[in-house]
Design a protein around this ligand. Structure first.
Ligand code: EPZ
Length: 490
């Protein structure tokens, strides 16, 4: 088992390229169960969760191969097995999104109930509601969920007291692609990862309207064929790297970070007084993301294309307010865009600008489904608020128990009080390095961020949590100048 040692005090600087999105890759890999023939996926990150998903798919008769160019080739070669057993699903609850595609393509499915996790109760009622709306006969027996029967189009509302469900939408959407008839999913998740899944499925021949909205309309088709597709970049990794730049007061450029996937997070940074800018690079720039290299000149944004069919979204032009220089970029929902390679404007980037982190202001946030503030950046933002002047209130509306990192941050000297779904953060106190324990993926990242500014040395144990969802985060931070190393836990 590894641990990570961080010595605080470095001001990070340089350029880093964000990896492909874990939360886009996992449902897209599950969707490969639906298609005939090979699929080649570009940009899939080399993560523990991706390895786990590939192992489960192998168990389900799907072969995979990492190609020399870094892409991942996936193909169904044997469709007899329909069982995803507990010892696989318990290691990664996201594998529950195999239920829909397995049932739709093979006529029945048996997937272990994923159970709970450190965030507390993780129900699957909306997943089952979606399956039943498509005609599934659902039975739960000895901890496994069984789905069977013909897949017919239907109409279903997938909202709960916590908003929409990401993987519940994915499960229902994937099954609907091969249903007999039409399906409408109301209150579908709008996360960019779901829009990416929709674009992948359309590239395979699915008929989906309303991509990126709360209402998905799917016309079932008899078959889907494999394709070549590039998954979007990881907005949560991008936000984590930006937080590291702001926290240390350095100039960190995150290449490939898609600003319109991070609007709520950028708004919170701006309200906290952080300074950053948005721009584009020519596709050749920063190709190797040589870290710390002289940053090529900012490429002036060209007049952007505005898609005929898509909605044009415009970032509010705030000029110098809050120090956020805005390149006037019109974002367009070009529903025909397949994948997320560089558009005509080039590769987007977000760059933090040098400042004294102690000038940051305490800022309140509440997590909500996209486009609200992402729960997966809640812990990282809490680490940031530890250096801000004043008291911040962080409200967790998605997973009210997702505060395990609070106790570990307290070991570093943080003063945070829990009040139900809220954490009240007293910022501006000096942090002192200590040994802390990672508990889940995003908490691990928050502990590393706190270690970057704590006096002395912080050791983060059980970093296998980190490796589930970040591709070499420690190496990326080290290349930006952090004093961080990975050590074998003796
Ligand atoms: C996805 O999980 C992400 N995982 C999570 O990221 C993320 O935190 C979460 O969405 C919320 O954005 C992947 O994409 C692999 P949900 P998911 O169903 O789909 C309630 C990470 O760190 N709910 O959107 O499982 C649920 O309790 C991981 O990368 C029901 O009530 O989450 C929660 O309060 C952690 N009934 C809310 O909805 C259901 O049937 C959102 O959950 C399903 C969910």
């Amino acid at each position: 088992m590894d641990k990570i040692r961080v010595r605080g005090g470095a001001r990070l600087s340089g350029q880093v390229r964000v990896s492909g999105s874990k939360n886009a890759s996992l449902p897209i890999l599950a969707a490969c169960l639906l298609v005939d023939g090979p699929t080649v996926l570009e940009g899939v990150p080399r993560l523990e969760d991706v390895r786990n998903m590939c192992h489960i798919l192998e168990h389900l008769g799907v072969v995979h191969e990492w190609l020399p160019d870094g892409s991942l080739r996936v193909e169904v070669v044997d469709d007899r097995n329909v069982h995803a057993p507990y010892h696989y699903v318990r290691t990664m609850r996201a594998s529950f999104c195999l239920l829909g595609p397995l049932w739709a393509r093979r006529g029945r499915a048996q997937v272990s109930h994923p159970g709970g996790c450190v965030f507390g109760h993780r129900p699957i009622d909306l997943h089952l509601k979606g399956m039943r709306a498509l005609g599934a006969d659902i039975r739960i027996d000895k901890g496994d969920v069984h789905a069977s029967g013909p897949v017919r189009g239907g109409r279903v509302y997938l909202g709960s007291n916590f908003g929409s469900t990401v993987l519940g939408t994915a499960n229902t959407l994937m099954a609907a692609c091969l249903a007999e008839g039409e399906t409408v999913i109301e209150y579908a998740a709008q996360e960019p990862e779901i829009a990416d899944l929709c674009r992948f499925l359309r590239a395979c021949g699915a008929r989906i309207e309303g991509i990126g909205t709360h209402r998905l309309h799917i016309r079932g088709v008899p078959k889907l064929r494999g394709c070549r597709y590039r998954v979007i970049n990881d907005r949560i990794e991008a936000g984590t790297l930006l937080a590291a730049g702001v926290l240390t007061g350095g100039e960190v450029e995150v290449l490939g970070a898609e600003p319109d996937h991070l609007s709520a997070f950028l708004d919170a940074l701006e309200r906290a007084g952080a300074r950053f800018e948005i721009g584009f690079r020519e596709p050749g720039d920063g190709a190797g993301a040589e870290l710390g290299a002289e940053l090529p000149g900012l490429v002036e944004a060209r007049p952007p294309r505005v898609s005929r069919e898509g909605r044009a979204l415009r970032l509010p032009r705030t000029g110098e307010q809050g120090g956020r220089l805005l390149t006037d970029r019109i974002f367009y929902e070009d529903e025909r865009r397949v994948g997320d390679g560089p558009g005509e404007e080039g590769i987007p980037f977000l760059r933090t600008l040098p400042m004294d982190p102690e000038e940051l202001e305490a800022t309140d946030v509440a997590t909500m489904p996209y486009p609200g503030f992402p729960t997966d950046l809640q812990a990282q933002f809490m680490a940031l608020m530890l250096v801000a002047k004043g008291v911040s209130v962080i409200t967790e509306k998605i997973y009210p128990e997702r505060f395990i990192h609070v106790s570990e941050l307290a070991r570093l000297g943080a003063r945070i009080r829990r009040e139900g779904p809220c954490a009240i953060v007293q910022g501006g106190r000096e942090l002192c390095g200590a040994t802390v324990m990672a508990s889940d993926l995003r908490a691990s990242a928050a502990l590393i961020l706190a270690g970057l500014v704590a006096r002395g040395t912080t050791a983060i144990r059980r970093v296998y949590h980190l490796d589930r969802g970040y591709e070499s985060l420690d190496r990326k931070l080290a290349a930006l100048g952090a004093d961080i190393v990975r050590l074998k836990e003796v």
